[in-house]
Design a protein around this ligand. Structure first.
Ligand code: G3H
Length: 284
């Protein structure tokens, strides 16, 4: 069957499906899951959509060894990084350490970090800078809580978070792919990925409608265009995250400004995640 062209591919943006495993899976379980993904997904699917896993820190070295050793076309990255490059920061992991493991991506500003670890906009902005300093592509998360959604101010809430996190960035930084790549299949997007994750839809089973996702993703791209110019904005991939499953992927990815998904719970199930990736690759 002929592959349909997704809006993302029409604009030259390769769809990106990133599985955020959160605090799940040992390094041995991680190896098993990555092997299943790599064996299930066919070469054309992995070419059509970029597939990335975001394991806990403790599994990154094992995933790197597997991906590199078996030349798998599955990318990987981390779920967080320190704003600092080195020093007395017990428990933290630096961008340099992640780059040394050939991570391509790192999640920054996830709502769980903001809510549970007190990360404010200034911390998120400094983590974006730390990622870029080390050639990592930050997956910057923005999103509103239920109170904001009910008040109808979700768009300005998200663009304000975006503005704060990208403070001091240049259009060149937005465009440049991170040079810490090595984790299989660099994306065709720019040096920063944005993920719109409405907090009320994370892990709740409450998925935003395709219109909800497009509304905010479109507003994010417009804001990027205002700040950095239309060319840079057109390159940046914008993901939706929040209770994405195989059954709702087609609708979510239908929006012209939705270039993929940041998947939590469903990324722990190989069959479910493979189906999500396949849907993105098929552009159906
Ligand atoms: O980073 C992923 C998001 O928090 C979404 O998680 P979820 O798919 O389990 O709702």
């Amino acid at each position: 069957m002929a592959r349909k062209t997704t809006p993302a591919r029409r604009e030259g943006r390769r769809p990106l499906i990133a599985g955020n495993w959160k605090m799940n899976l040992t390094h041995l379980e991680a190896i098993g899951l990555v092997q299943k993904l790599a064996f299930s997904l066919k070469e054309p699917e992995l070419e059509a959509a970029e597939v990335v896993v975001l394991p806990p820190f403790t599994a990154l070295r094992s995933v790197q060894t597997l991906v590199t050793g078996d030349k798998l076309e599955v990318g990987y990255g981390a779920q967080d990084l320190s704003a600092h490059d080195s020093g007395a920061y017990t428990g933290e992991v630096s961008g340099a350490m992640l780059a040394a493991l050939a991570c391509r991506y790192v999640v920054v500003g996830h709502s769980e970090r903001r809510a549970l670890h007190g990360e404010d906009d200034a911390v998120v902005a400094s983590k974006v800078q730390a990622a870029l300093r080390h050639g990592l592509v930050p997956i910057l998360c923005v999103g509103e809580g239920l109170d904001v959604r009910r008040a109808g101010t979700h768009v300005s809430h998200c663009t304000t978070q975006l503005d704060a996190a990208l403070e001091g960035l240049t259009a060149e930084q937005l465009l440049a792919p991170g040079d810490g790549a090595g984790s299989g299949g660099a994306g065709s997007g720019g040096g920063v990925v944005i993920a719109y994750e409405p907090v009320w839809a994370i892990g709740t089973g409450e998925v935003a409608t395709p219109e909800d996702a497009q509304e905010v993703c479109g507003a994010i791209r417009s804001r990027l265009a205002e700040r950095f110019g239309p060319e840079a904005a057109a390159v940046v991939r914008i993901l939706y995250g929040g209770s994405v499953k195989a059954a709702n992927t087609v609708g979510i990815l239908a929006g012209p400004d939705v270039d993929g998904a940041l998947v939590g719970g469903a990324s722990l199930d190989a069959d479910e995640f493979v189906q999500i990736c396949r849907t993105a690759a098929d552009g159906s």
